[in-house]
Write a protein that binds this ligand. Structure first.
Ligand code: CMC
Length: 428
């Protein structure tokens, strides 16, 4: 809170004085809460200028390309930290001591298995179900399995639910993949670290077990880290909104997964690969660039542009480095699809249309490339995003539930019919 005030003068109303709040960094925020008492609402479709909550978790400056988790730049976390340490930071607000980290990692490790009856739950899905469809269902269904962590007013329950979700998401993600290809589910191997364990459950089978390359599990870990949180994006806001009704955490996270699925959000990494496949050859790139610029064509260059970043996405910088490392390790620098991706990136970065609109490659552009190189099927890309983002959703949900909060209830500008009398069917 500051002494600053906004003075609003609106025809037909007395002058209105609105308080202004100042955060630790970032733009000031005008509190419009009392406008409703004056018979007024604000109008901001897409929440372009609306802060829906106060938060201490993540800060983004889209113009400068800055992303901080609890104050730490994402580049430093991706380089010096790992996913579980970042989870601890997001959940608890501070980096853990060695002892705290060991305990946290050990706790997560011992919650990786899912309830045995969940296995039968999977059988209800068609074999060709999209893994995100399965994830929406099974994560929501966890609320039917873990009654002992559903009391959201009890801090211990909230913590246990969060641990369960972070620990079990990779297991459920890998199960959704194994189910779709008709292979038996793999149990987690708790001798492996979080990301290696995920790759083990994805790619090993009960009859054949390969060692997981540390470079590849490190790349996987970075992908989880870079997706861990992104302040009030669509899926996080969905989780907060669902949580504001008092819904249980498993149901709230399922709502986040559903919101993430769309191609404008988490579904973009899958859409990037589909687009690269559709382009098919470097010689077709110009046609697709022209389509992206054509106002009469709904086609957009997937993996480019961002609502908040109007400079390079800082996650994309790290992801690009990781992509180069992984491609070199796997000897895939000459993969035809990856060559199309590199050429596309170069052309878009030099094209006036993209420069003018500040449409840089975003995190999904490069994560799609790495995931493809790791052998992850395209329809699993968004599931991996959801797995990494689970901690961000939980941190925001926990932050909201821990303080005073109200049910989220936006208002509207009504432009429908005025009141009219019901017409009997023979008079319509
Ligand atoms: N290709 C071509 N033109 C684009 C693109 C694109 N990818 N993105 C935006 N534009 C144009 C758009 O047509 C508009 O042009 P004009 O001003 O001439 O009408 C201008 O750029 C501004 O676009 P907007 O739709 O107002 O921007 P937005 O902030 O509402 O949309 C976005 C952001 C991410 C939905 C959009 O850039 C997009 O659809 N990108 C492709 C999908 C994608 O990669 N999404 C992943 C986002 S990063 C992961 C995450 O955080 O979930």
């Amino acid at each position: 809170m500051t002494d600053k005030k906004a003075n609003l003068s609106i025809d037909g109303h007395d002058p209105i004085e609105l308080p202004i709040y100042t955060g630790t960094i970032g733009p000031d925020v005008v509190d419009v809460g009392k406008l409703t008492g004056q018979g007024l609402f604000t109008y901001d479709p897409g929440f372009v200028s609306t802060a829906a909550c106060e938060s201490k978790i993540t800060y983004i400056d889209g113009d400068k390309g800055i992303l901080l988790h609890r104050g730490y730049p994402i580049g430093q976390l991706a380089e010096h930290s790992d996913y579980l340490e970042t989870c601890y930071l997001l959940m608890h607000g501070e980096l853990p001591t060695q002892e705290q980290k060991d305990e946290f990692v050990d706790t997560i490790r011992h919650h990786t298995m899912v309830h045995d009856q969940l296995f039968t739950f999977f059988n209800g899905f068609r074999r060709d179900a999209h893994p995100m469809a399965i994830m929406c269902g099974v994560v929501g269904a966890l609320s039917a399995f873990y009654h002992d962590s559903l009391d959201i007013s009890d801090e211990k329950h909230r913590e246990v639910a969060a641990i369960r979700l972070i620990a079990k998401m990779p297991t459920l993600a890998a199960m959704s993949y194994k189910y779709s290809i008709g292979q038996p589910f793999m149990f987690p191997d708790n001798s492996l670290d979080y990301s290696a364990n995920f790759l083990h459950m994805m790619f090993n089978t009960p009859c054949e077990r390969k060692e997981i390359s540390p470079t590849l599990s490190r790349a996987m870990d970075r992908i989880f880290t870079l997706h861990a949180d992104h302040e009030q994006n669509a899926s996080t806001s969905t989780v907060r909104l669902a949580g504001s009704t008092g819904a249980n955490p498993f149901a709230c996270i399922a709502s986040g997964i559903a919101a993430l699925w769309g191609p404008s959000h988490g579904g973009a990494n899958e859409a990037v690969l589909e687009m690269l496949n559709e382009i098919g050859d470097e010689k077709h790139i110009d046609t697709f660039i022209a389509r992206a610029k054509d106002k009469d064509d709904s086609f957009r260059l997937m993996g480019f542009g961002h609502r908040v970043y109007k400079n390079f996405d800082p996650r994309a910088k790290v992801m690009k480095e990781a992509a180069d490392e992984v491609l070199a390790e796997l000897g895939l620098e000459n993969d035809p699809l990856l060559k199309i991706a590199k050429r596309l990136e170069q052309i878009a970065l030099e094209d006036e249309y993209f420069i003018e609109r500040k449409l840089y490659p975003n995190v999904d552009f490069y994560s799609g490339i790495i995931l493809k190189a790791l052998g992850i099927p395209t329809n699993m890309f968004t599931v991996i995003f959801a797995t990494g983002r689970t901690v961000g959703w939980l941190a925001h949900w926990h932050e909201m539930i821990s303080g005073p909060y109200r049910i989220g209830r936006p208002r509207q500008l009504y432009t429908g019919s005025v009141e009219r009398d019901f017409l009997p069917i023979d008079k319509r």
